[in-house]
Design a protein around this ligand. Structure first.
Ligand code: ITT
Length: 185
């Protein structure tokens, strides 16, 4: 089975392929825009995106809205994570966290899947901390400054290990359960 991944981010597509390949699902990267509403909830962005794209006639696709929510920054960058990455970047987040003892953060990933005319929306979370400096050159986005265990950043661990614990990995396993329950895989 083929599922399209509608995103500008090839890093996400790699993670989907790594996790869903074993179920015989082949990912196809579709690099196109969809309307992302301004809201405080990832689920709302995904729900609206699914509806907009299926109204345009698209089927058998996945969209993914993710964010890094930092406790000491009152949840920032959160739903503004893409903007935060483009503007202040990882260096800017580290500067905002200078001298801050509470390093707790949570990565969230909301996946929306439209398949056979049905919609599935699931959200996965991964708690961790913001490191004091960027580490590693794997992964993408905030991976070098986020650590699930306080030691290694996501950018330092292999993709298959990131998928076991990450927000996207957790959401992907929920998606697989849903697709299995509905007889798609
Ligand atoms: P699309 O919306 O086109 O899918 P995007 O990269 O803008 O791609 P998001 O809005 O979901 O995706 O992501 C918000 C930001 O969080 C963005 O800068 C990502 O690079 C970053 N991000 C998302 N998942 C991540 C992960 O697993 N590791 C590190 N950074 C991540």
């Amino acid at each position: 089975m083929k599922l399209k991944v509608v995103t500008h981010n090839p890093g996400k597509v790699r993670e989907y392929q790594e996790a869903l390949g074993e179920y015989g699902i082949e990912m196809e990267h579709v690099n196109r825009e969809y309307a992302e509403v301004q809201t405080s909830y990832l689920e709302e962005v995904v729900d609206r995106g699914l509806k907009a794209l299926s109204a345009e006639g698209l089927d058998d696709f996945i969209i993914d809205d993710s964010g890094l929510f930092v406790d000491a920054l009152k949840g920032f960058p959160g739903v503004y994570s893409a903007y935060g990455q483009k503007t202040i970047g990882n260096g800017g987040i580290l500067r905002l966290m200078e001298g801050e003892e509470d390093r707790a953060a949570v990565f969230k990933c909301c996946i929306g899947c439209r398949i056979g005319g049905e919609s599935v929306i699931v959200t996965g979370k991964c708690p961790g901390v913001i490191l004091h400096s960027a580490r590693g050159d794997g992964g993408f986005g905030y991976d070098p400054i986020f650590s699930p265990d306080g030691e290694h950043s996501f950018a330092e661990i292999p993709l298959e290990e990131k998928n076991v614990i990450s927000h996207r990995g957790v959401a992907l396993r929920m998606l697989v359960d849903e697709l299995r329950g509905r007889g798609f895989i």
